[in-house]
Design a protein around this ligand. Sequence first.
Ligand SMILES: CC(=O)SCCNC(=O)CCNC(=O)[C@H](O)C(C)(C)COP(=O)(O)OP(=O)(O)OC[C@H]1O[C@@H](n2cnc3c(N)ncnc32)[C@H](O)[C@@H]1OP(=O)(O)O
Length: 409
Amino acid sequence: MRGIDRDELPEVAEVTLTAMIAPDLPEEVGERLHHFPEHHGYGRILAATDEHGAIVGSTRSHAFDMALPGGVRRVAGVTGVGVWPTHRRQGVLSALMRRQLADLKADGEHYAALWASESGIYGRYGFGLAVTETEAAIDVHHAALRADAPRDGGLRVLLERPGAARAAVEEVFARVARTQLGRFARDRAWWDRLLKDDPAERGGKGPLRVSVVQGPDGPVGYALHRAERRWSVHGSRSVLHVQEAVALTPAAHTALYEHLFSFDLITRVEFSWLAQDDPLEHLLVDHQKLETTPVDSLWIRLVDMPAALSERTYAAPFEAVLGITDRYAPWNAGTWHVEGGPDGARVETTDAAPDVSLDVSHLGAAHLGQRPLLGPLRAGLVTEHTPGAVARLDTALFRPDPAICGLIF
Ligand SMILES: CC(=O)SCCNC(=O)CCNC(=O)[C@H](O)C(C)(C)COP(=O)(O)OP(=O)(O)OC[C@H]1O[C@@H](n2cnc3c(N)ncnc32)[C@H](O)[C@@H]1OP(=O)(O)O
């Protein structure tokens, strides 16, 4: 396991692109290959080599500022995980994960997060599925919003190209990135990447457009979308694919959605990522017509469990002794006394008998307050020694606002 230098990136990409069944060779990806490392450095990329020195596996991480319960925190966004097909199931990924977690701990990082290609991989490494988002679609003929939806005549919607809308989009997003759990702040490199609209990456859809909701004092919402032209003998069946819809006020939500449902020739609007509490469902006259599918989003890993628990805030005061197992970050394993409340928690090792025994992955899953420990308790994966202890923990961990990341990294 070792770091890489700039010249080795194509060799790493040969492994990761092949692993992810990508349609391109590294040399065909061009400048995109180096985009994030050039902005953020090559230091967070790890490679595994075989006995001949060939790179056979890799992992890397972004350094994010992510909104978590308790505030915006540094989070390692793990990505680019892949192992060369002939070297699989020989422990390469396990070795990479062990090393990556140790590096993150040494660098003082408390959390890691990722989007998983398969849900069977990361639990063993101490990650837990923490966020579920919603994929949604609606036939525009059933997309009328309620008569009492808040409408503000002072708002207008502009339809623009990404370049023209960029300042407004960045301004609006910066507001939600600080407050909406699971969002991470996007720097220049992220916006360059997201708004680039490379024709090679449109996947058969049209160019990226941005709808911006303007209020008297500036932008209050936006949506990033692409139209996909589809014709049949019965006329247009074209689809508007909404990659992201963000609004800062109820009236901005109404204006944005009514606009997205108003394009002639578009018969269906599909949303890639909505938070589970997105206002759309409430605004529709006939919400049953909104086809929704829950989709796995962020997996969270408490890299430094005591630090992560102590800087989280809780919905209610609680006290518990937790018996933690952690195969890949052994510094977290042991018995911990946790006493917390709305201002944070004190976390100390103890010799007391645990109230609850659990793997660190379950704490990661519960950390954003969306997936209670009651689920793994009922499945027999978490053990409760003191009756009611898990319910008290769940009450303390609860968050009323479901998280959304909204962007696969
Ligand atoms: C955040 C991201 O980047 S997500 C992208 C992840 N990458 C991919 O999906 C690309 C395709 N897959 C791969 O490249 C590889 O199969 C990897 C990276 C998933 C696994 O690499 P390997 O080196 O084979 O894993 P390794 O040998 O260390 O396996 C460790 C354990 O995980 C298990 N495992 C590995 N891959 C999978 C899988 N896809 N599904 C379920 N279990 C798996 C192994 O059986 C083994 O189990 P054990 O600990 O009980 O013995």
